[in-house]
Write a protein that binds this ligand. Structure first.
Ligand SMILES: [Zn+2]
Length: 437
């Protein structure tokens, strides 16, 4: 896939609804003799730029080359690019691959919108990079494989530091190690750094390469997609790839918390009490609430080693996120309302909706343990479980500069590439970083 200056291929005519004879919203008509495509955008005041993703996906499924007639339409130099890249995306493991011609989207007025188009290309590529990582099954995408993916980013000028099992032992990251202890694969906490300025931002992604639930095992229906439980880490890899290319004047760290949660005689047993890096004793009531254990120790590590201006974590953390916001949005929580608002606004612009939930301290009372400082689930009925998971994480946050996005609801694609991972929020968070430096 490429985006170039020019007017080759099919001419795409985008029209808002007028009174008579207009195409319906989202309707696409091909006129093959004239090499023209007419597209209905619906009513101008109801128009959502993200509809251009699906429209251009459908156009590029049909043709290999097209150009867009210049027009004043919001998102015209961004969303068609995402749609075209998605049409060209061919991820999977098949004995015979279809032969394909290279697809090219042309803009006759490329020069006038060069910056926006080039940022969009980088974001489209970073997004697909993240989606491929998150979609790769766990027999291939082990924690070691994820470390290798991070190391590949060195060629873009990023620095990589890897904490291994021994480092974690020395640091006292027993929550992280407890999750890992039933697995054949070692755990890693990877730090990817882009140096761009004095201020620092840290992203942290949950990277559960496979989550069986541990001894509190998941039912089959909720287990088979659990190679996507590393989506947070995949999103952070996508963010760092784009940041390396876009070079903002701010330093950005991307942390990947990598392990499996497996069933074995060595697996941590429910009821175990384990000490975190920051000294907190945690009662592990439920071994499937493992993401927060891995992230709790990782957050404690980040606050111990760095002085970040902002910390944002991304995690497929709770099934309840899907009940709350469904496939269309991800819940966001944090202890800094300005930061949360900035991300909500940027996500609205990028049309990757996030929506806030409260973090009132009353919720923390649900995590009270009779044997330790805190327990890792709120209760057996899932009461406010998306919020109590965030309250657990907040316990390890040392400054009012943190936000948490639960991407469990938006983990998998239910529309254009069904069954593959979506790795959402790459675009939103990269644009948010660009707004900071
Ligand atoms: Zn789990």
């Amino acid at each position: 896939m490429d985006v170039k200056k020019g007017n080759k291929g099919y001419k795409v005519l985008l029209e808002f609804e007028k009174k008579k004879g207009s195409l319906k919203e989202g309707e696409i008509k091909f006129f093959h003799e004239k090499k023209e495509v007419k597209v209905g955008l619906g009513k101008k005041d109801k128009f959502k730029p993200k509809s251009l993703i699906k429209i251009f996906y459908n156009i590029f499924k049909e043709v290999d080359e097209a150009h867009i007639e210049p027009k004043d339409i919001p998102g015209l130099y961004e969303f068609p690019i995402y749609g075209a890249y998605l049409a060209d995306w061919d991820f999977g493991f098949k004995k015979e691959k279809e032969e394909k011609k290279k697809k090219i989207l042309y803009y006759p007025d490329y020069k006038d919108h060069k910056d926006e188009i080039e940022v969009s290309k980088i974001l489209a590529e970073a997004q697909l990079f993240a989606r491929e990582i998150a979609s790769t099954p766990s027999n291939i995408a082990t924690p070691e494989w994820m470390v290798k993916k991070a190391r590949e980013l060195k060629k873009l000028g990023l620095e990589i530091k890897v904490l291994n099992k021994n480092d974690m032992r020395k640091l006292g990251m027993e929550l992280f190690l407890a999750v890992n202890q039933g697995s054949n694969h070692d755990p890693y906490l990877v730090q990817i750094t882009y140096k761009g300025g004095k201020d620092e931002i840290a992203f942290l992604g949950k990277g559960l390469c496979f989550d069986t639930g541990g001894l509190s095992i998941k039912p089959a229906r909720y287990m088979y997609q659990m190679h996507m439980d590393k989506s947070g880490a995949a999103v952070v890899l996508g963010i760092m790839k784009a940041i390396a290319q876009l070079k903002p004047k701010i330093t950005v760290h991307g942390f990947l918390a990598l392990t499996e949660n497996s069933v074995d005689a060595k697996s941590i047993q429910p009821g175990a009490v384990v000490k975190a890096l920051d000294g907190t004793y945690v009662e592990i009531v439920h071994t499937d609430a493992e993401g927060r254990l891995v992230l709790g120790d990782s957050l404690a590590y980040i606050y111990k080693k760095l002085k970040p201006k902002y910390v944002i974590d991304l995690a497929t953390l709770t099934g309840a996120a899907n009940i709350i916001t469904g496939r269309f949005a991800s819940p966001i929580m944090g202890n800094n309302q300005d930061l949360v608002n900035e991300i909500i606004n940027m996500a609205e612009k990028e049309q990757e909706y996030v929506w806030p939930l409260p973090l009132w301290d009353e919720y923390k009372t649900l995590l009270k343990s009779s044997i330790a400082d805190i327990k890792n689930i709120g209760g057996w009925d899932g009461e406010a479980s998306t919020i109590t998971a965030a309250k657990f994480l907040e316990h390890f946050v040392k400054k009012e500069n943190w936000a948490h996005i639960d991407i469990a609801s938006t983990m998998d694609d239910k529309e254009l590439h069904q069954g593959l991972a979506q790795a959402p929020m790459v675009r939103t968070l990269v644009k948010w970083v660009l707004s900071k430096g």
